[in-house]
Design a binder for this molecule. Structure first.
Ligand code: GUN
Length: 293
Protein backbone atom coordinates (compact mmCIF):
# COMPACT_ATOMS: atom_id res chain seq x y z
CA UNK A 1 0.00 0.00 0.00
CA UNK A 2 1.15 3.51 -0.83
CA UNK A 3 2.48 5.95 1.73
CA UNK A 4 -0.22 8.59 2.18
CA UNK A 5 1.37 12.02 1.89
CA UNK A 6 -0.02 14.22 4.66
CA UNK A 7 -0.47 17.59 2.99
CA UNK A 8 -2.17 19.00 6.05
CA UNK A 9 0.90 18.32 8.19
CA UNK A 10 3.35 19.73 5.61
CA UNK A 11 1.12 22.80 5.18
CA UNK A 12 1.08 23.31 8.97
CA UNK A 13 4.93 23.20 8.92
CA UNK A 14 5.01 25.81 6.16
CA UNK A 15 2.53 28.18 7.84
CA UNK A 16 4.38 27.87 11.18
CA UNK A 17 7.59 29.00 9.40
CA UNK A 18 5.69 31.79 7.64
CA UNK A 19 4.41 33.06 10.99
CA UNK A 20 7.93 33.12 12.44
CA UNK A 21 9.16 35.06 9.37
CA UNK A 22 6.20 37.48 9.48
CA UNK A 23 6.67 38.13 13.21
CA UNK A 24 10.39 38.77 12.69
CA UNK A 25 9.71 41.28 9.91
CA UNK A 26 7.19 43.09 12.08
CA UNK A 27 9.62 43.25 14.97
CA UNK A 28 12.75 44.22 13.02
CA UNK A 29 11.35 46.46 10.28
CA UNK A 30 7.90 47.31 11.61
CA UNK A 31 6.37 45.83 8.46
CA UNK A 32 3.23 43.72 8.86
CA UNK A 33 2.65 41.43 5.88
CA UNK A 34 -0.55 42.51 4.12
CA UNK A 35 -2.62 40.18 1.96
CA UNK A 36 -5.72 41.30 0.04
CA UNK A 37 -8.12 38.72 -1.34
CA UNK A 38 -10.81 39.83 -3.78
CA UNK A 39 -13.88 37.75 -4.59
CA UNK A 40 -16.58 38.71 -7.07
CA UNK A 41 -19.96 36.96 -6.95
CA UNK A 42 -21.39 34.06 -5.04
CA UNK A 43 -19.57 30.90 -6.20
CA UNK A 44 -19.88 28.67 -3.09
CA UNK A 45 -16.55 26.85 -3.59
CA UNK A 46 -14.74 30.19 -4.03
CA UNK A 47 -16.32 31.51 -0.84
CA UNK A 48 -14.99 28.51 1.11
CA UNK A 49 -11.45 29.01 -0.32
CA UNK A 50 -11.49 32.73 0.42
CA UNK A 51 -12.67 32.18 4.00
CA UNK A 52 -9.83 29.63 4.49
CA UNK A 53 -7.29 32.07 3.07
CA UNK A 54 -8.45 34.86 5.40
CA UNK A 55 -8.35 32.60 8.44
CA UNK A 56 -4.85 31.29 7.63
CA UNK A 57 -3.55 34.81 6.92
CA UNK A 58 -4.71 35.97 10.35
CA UNK A 59 -3.16 32.87 11.97
CA UNK A 60 0.16 33.87 10.32
CA UNK A 61 -0.12 37.32 11.90
CA UNK A 62 -0.86 39.10 8.62
CA UNK A 63 -2.89 42.20 7.96
CA UNK A 64 -5.65 40.40 6.06
CA UNK A 65 -8.12 42.29 3.89
CA UNK A 66 -11.06 40.76 2.07
CA UNK A 67 -13.03 42.55 -0.66
CA UNK A 68 -16.32 40.88 -1.47
CA UNK A 69 -17.91 42.41 -4.56
CA UNK A 70 -21.34 41.72 -6.07
CA UNK A 71 -21.75 39.53 -9.17
CA UNK A 72 -22.68 42.59 -11.29
CA UNK A 73 -19.43 44.47 -10.53
CA UNK A 74 -18.09 45.92 -13.78
CA UNK A 75 -14.66 45.05 -15.16
CA UNK A 76 -13.61 48.69 -14.74
CA UNK A 77 -14.66 48.74 -11.07
CA UNK A 78 -12.52 45.65 -10.46
CA UNK A 79 -9.57 47.20 -12.34
CA UNK A 80 -9.95 50.32 -10.18
CA UNK A 81 -9.90 48.25 -6.97
CA UNK A 82 -6.80 46.31 -8.08
CA UNK A 83 -5.02 49.58 -8.96
CA UNK A 84 -5.91 50.96 -5.56
CA UNK A 85 -4.43 47.83 -3.89
CA UNK A 86 -1.33 48.12 -6.13
CA UNK A 87 -0.77 51.62 -4.70
CA UNK A 88 -1.47 50.64 -1.07
CA UNK A 89 1.85 50.22 0.78
CA UNK A 90 0.19 48.15 3.54
CA UNK A 91 -0.66 45.43 0.98
CA UNK A 92 2.12 43.10 -0.24
CA UNK A 93 0.04 40.40 -1.91
CA UNK A 94 -3.10 40.64 -4.06
CA UNK A 95 -5.18 37.63 -5.02
CA UNK A 96 -8.27 37.89 -7.18
CA UNK A 97 -10.18 34.65 -6.78
CA UNK A 98 -10.92 32.86 -10.06
CA UNK A 99 -13.19 32.13 -11.82
CA UNK A 100 -14.57 35.63 -12.31
CA UNK A 101 -18.09 36.28 -13.65
CA UNK A 102 -18.31 35.81 -17.43
CA UNK A 103 -18.60 39.53 -18.24
CA UNK A 104 -15.14 40.19 -16.74
CA UNK A 105 -11.97 39.40 -18.69
CA UNK A 106 -9.76 37.35 -16.30
CA UNK A 107 -6.68 38.16 -18.36
CA UNK A 108 -7.13 41.92 -18.08
CA UNK A 109 -7.55 41.70 -14.30
CA UNK A 110 -4.53 39.43 -13.81
CA UNK A 111 -2.32 41.72 -15.92
CA UNK A 112 -3.49 44.73 -13.88
CA UNK A 113 -2.08 43.25 -10.65
CA UNK A 114 1.42 44.60 -10.01
CA UNK A 115 3.90 41.75 -10.69
CA UNK A 116 5.55 42.58 -7.34
CA UNK A 117 2.25 41.83 -5.54
CA UNK A 118 1.10 38.96 -7.76
CA UNK A 119 1.24 36.21 -5.11
CA UNK A 120 -0.68 33.86 -7.46
CA UNK A 121 2.19 34.05 -9.97
CA UNK A 122 -0.23 34.49 -12.89
CA UNK A 123 1.11 37.79 -14.33
CA UNK A 124 3.08 37.49 -17.60
CA UNK A 125 6.22 38.76 -15.83
CA UNK A 126 6.06 35.98 -13.23
CA UNK A 127 5.11 33.32 -15.79
CA UNK A 128 8.10 34.42 -17.90
CA UNK A 129 10.45 34.42 -14.93
CA UNK A 130 9.42 30.89 -13.97
CA UNK A 131 9.89 29.73 -17.57
CA UNK A 132 13.39 31.21 -17.73
CA UNK A 133 14.48 30.10 -14.27
CA UNK A 134 14.42 33.56 -12.59
CA UNK A 135 12.76 32.08 -9.53
CA UNK A 136 14.63 34.30 -7.05
CA UNK A 137 12.48 37.25 -8.02
CA UNK A 138 9.37 35.45 -9.37
CA UNK A 139 6.22 34.35 -7.64
CA UNK A 140 5.52 30.69 -8.37
CA UNK A 141 1.84 29.65 -8.57
CA UNK A 142 0.74 28.20 -5.24
CA UNK A 143 -0.72 24.81 -6.19
CA UNK A 144 2.28 23.70 -8.29
CA UNK A 145 4.72 25.08 -5.69
CA UNK A 146 2.90 23.13 -2.96
CA UNK A 147 2.84 19.99 -5.09
CA UNK A 148 6.62 20.25 -5.58
CA UNK A 149 7.14 20.48 -1.82
CA UNK A 150 5.15 17.25 -1.35
CA UNK A 151 7.20 15.51 -4.06
CA UNK A 152 10.37 16.77 -2.35
CA UNK A 153 9.30 15.18 0.94
CA UNK A 154 9.25 11.77 -0.77
CA UNK A 155 11.98 11.99 -3.43
CA UNK A 156 14.18 14.91 -2.39
CA UNK A 157 14.90 18.06 -4.42
CA UNK A 158 16.76 16.52 -7.35
CA UNK A 159 14.55 14.52 -9.71
CA UNK A 160 17.38 13.56 -12.12
CA UNK A 161 16.58 10.34 -13.95
CA UNK A 162 12.87 10.45 -13.02
CA UNK A 163 10.11 10.61 -15.59
CA UNK A 164 7.15 12.83 -14.79
CA UNK A 165 3.79 12.98 -16.54
CA UNK A 166 1.55 15.99 -15.91
CA UNK A 167 -2.04 15.30 -16.93
CA UNK A 168 -3.59 18.72 -17.61
CA UNK A 169 -2.22 21.84 -19.31
CA UNK A 170 -3.87 24.70 -17.45
CA UNK A 171 -2.05 27.97 -16.83
CA UNK A 172 -2.73 27.60 -13.10
CA UNK A 173 -1.39 24.06 -12.62
CA UNK A 174 -0.23 22.05 -15.64
CA UNK A 175 2.13 24.53 -17.31
CA UNK A 176 3.85 25.83 -14.16
CA UNK A 177 4.12 22.23 -12.91
CA UNK A 178 5.94 21.36 -16.13
CA UNK A 179 8.44 24.17 -15.52
CA UNK A 180 9.04 23.27 -11.88
CA UNK A 181 9.55 19.56 -12.59
CA UNK A 182 11.88 20.41 -15.46
CA UNK A 183 13.87 22.80 -13.24
CA UNK A 184 14.23 19.91 -10.76
CA UNK A 185 15.80 17.82 -13.58
CA UNK A 186 12.87 15.47 -14.20
CA UNK A 187 12.09 14.35 -17.76
CA UNK A 188 8.60 15.76 -18.22
CA UNK A 189 5.66 15.05 -20.53
CA UNK A 190 2.47 17.13 -20.45
CA UNK A 191 -0.66 15.20 -21.41
CA UNK A 192 -4.12 16.64 -22.08
CA UNK A 193 -7.53 15.90 -23.52
CA UNK A 194 -6.13 15.32 -27.04
CA UNK A 195 -3.39 12.94 -25.90
CA UNK A 196 -3.69 9.41 -27.26
CA UNK A 197 -2.96 6.31 -25.19
CA UNK A 198 -3.08 8.37 -22.00
CA UNK A 199 -3.28 5.27 -19.85
CA UNK A 200 -0.05 3.81 -21.29
CA UNK A 201 1.71 7.18 -20.97
CA UNK A 202 0.68 7.56 -17.32
CA UNK A 203 2.08 4.11 -16.64
CA UNK A 204 5.57 5.30 -17.65
CA UNK A 205 5.62 7.99 -14.93
CA UNK A 206 7.73 7.83 -11.79
CA UNK A 207 5.89 11.01 -10.82
CA UNK A 208 2.28 11.36 -11.96
CA UNK A 209 0.44 14.67 -11.57
CA UNK A 210 -3.34 14.47 -11.94
CA UNK A 211 -4.67 17.92 -12.81
CA UNK A 212 -7.54 17.39 -15.22
CA UNK A 213 -10.62 18.29 -13.20
CA UNK A 214 -12.36 14.97 -13.89
CA UNK A 215 -13.40 13.04 -10.80
CA UNK A 216 -11.56 9.74 -10.25
CA UNK A 217 -10.38 9.53 -13.87
CA UNK A 218 -6.96 8.01 -13.21
CA UNK A 219 -7.28 4.38 -12.18
CA UNK A 220 -4.89 2.10 -10.36
CA UNK A 221 -3.98 0.19 -13.51
CA UNK A 222 -2.75 3.46 -15.11
CA UNK A 223 -0.14 3.86 -12.38
CA UNK A 224 3.42 2.53 -12.43
CA UNK A 225 4.09 0.41 -9.34
CA UNK A 226 5.90 2.56 -6.75
CA UNK A 227 5.12 5.89 -8.49
CA UNK A 228 4.51 9.13 -6.60
CA UNK A 229 0.97 10.25 -7.42
CA UNK A 230 0.07 13.89 -6.77
CA UNK A 231 -3.67 14.45 -7.07
CA UNK A 232 -4.47 18.12 -7.68
CA UNK A 233 -8.18 17.55 -8.36
CA UNK A 234 -10.93 18.71 -6.03
CA UNK A 235 -14.29 17.49 -7.28
CA UNK A 236 -17.58 17.29 -5.42
CA UNK A 237 -19.59 14.19 -6.27
CA UNK A 238 -22.85 12.71 -5.04
CA UNK A 239 -22.44 10.35 -2.11
CA UNK A 240 -25.76 8.52 -1.71
CA UNK A 241 -24.04 6.10 0.72
CA UNK A 242 -23.81 9.04 3.19
CA UNK A 243 -27.52 9.75 2.87
CA UNK A 244 -29.85 11.41 0.41
CA UNK A 245 -28.53 14.59 -1.18
CA UNK A 246 -25.07 14.18 0.46
CA UNK A 247 -21.85 14.84 -1.41
CA UNK A 248 -18.13 14.19 -0.89
CA UNK A 249 -14.85 15.49 -2.26
CA UNK A 250 -12.74 13.30 -4.53
CA UNK A 251 -9.63 13.90 -6.60
CA UNK A 252 -8.83 13.28 -10.26
CA UNK A 253 -7.39 9.88 -9.28
CA UNK A 254 -9.40 6.93 -8.06
CA UNK A 255 -7.83 6.77 -4.59
CA UNK A 256 -8.91 3.23 -3.70
CA UNK A 257 -7.36 1.55 -6.73
CA UNK A 258 -4.35 3.89 -7.02
CA UNK A 259 -3.22 3.48 -3.42
CA UNK A 260 -2.68 -0.26 -3.94
CA UNK A 261 -0.17 0.44 -6.77
CA UNK A 262 1.52 3.79 -6.08
CA UNK A 263 4.50 4.17 -3.74
CA UNK A 264 3.13 7.42 -2.34
CA UNK A 265 -0.15 9.24 -2.94
CA UNK A 266 -1.81 12.48 -1.84
CA UNK A 267 -5.34 12.13 -0.44
CA UNK A 268 -8.29 14.39 -1.29
CA UNK A 269 -9.06 16.22 0.90
CA UNK A 270 -5.88 16.72 2.95
CA UNK A 271 -3.24 16.52 0.22
CA UNK A 272 -2.50 19.32 -2.24
CA UNK A 273 -5.43 21.52 -1.11
CA UNK A 274 -3.93 22.71 2.20
CA UNK A 275 -0.57 23.23 0.45
CA UNK A 276 -2.06 25.79 -1.94
CA UNK A 277 -3.07 28.06 0.93
CA UNK A 278 0.23 27.53 2.75
CA UNK A 279 2.24 28.52 -0.35
CA UNK A 280 0.07 31.61 -0.77
CA UNK A 281 1.10 32.67 2.74
CA UNK A 282 4.74 31.92 1.89
CA UNK A 283 4.50 34.08 -1.26
CA UNK A 284 2.89 36.92 0.69
CA UNK A 285 5.60 37.04 3.37
CA UNK A 286 8.27 36.79 0.64
CA UNK A 287 6.69 39.81 -1.01
CA UNK A 288 6.71 41.75 2.26
CA UNK A 289 10.43 40.96 2.76
CA UNK A 290 11.20 42.08 -0.80
CA UNK A 291 9.33 45.35 -0.26
CA UNK A 292 11.29 45.98 2.94
CA UNK A 293 14.56 45.49 1.00
N1 GUN B 1 -9.22 29.50 -8.20
C1 GUN B 1 -8.82 28.21 -8.07
N2 GUN B 1 -7.52 28.15 -7.78
C2 GUN B 1 -7.07 29.42 -7.71
C3 GUN B 1 -5.81 29.99 -7.41
O1 GUN B 1 -4.80 29.32 -7.17
N3 GUN B 1 -5.77 31.34 -7.43
C4 GUN B 1 -6.85 32.11 -7.70
N4 GUN B 1 -6.70 33.42 -7.72
N5 GUN B 1 -8.04 31.61 -7.97
C5 GUN B 1 -8.14 30.27 -7.97
Amino acid sequence: MAEIIDGKAVAADVTAKVKVAADALLEKANVQTGLAVVIVGEDPASKVYVANKGRTAKACGFHSVEHTLPEDTSEQELVDLVECLNDDPSIHGILVQLPLPKHIDDGRIIQTISPEKDVDGFHFINVGKLGTGETDTAFVPCTPAGSMLLIERVLGKDLSGKTAVVVGRSNIVGKPMFNLLLAANATVTVAHSRTQNLEALCKTADILIAAVGRPQMIKGDWVKPGAVLIDVGINRIDAPEKGEGKTRLVGDADFESCQTVAGAITPVPGGVGPMTIAMLMANAVTSAYRSAG
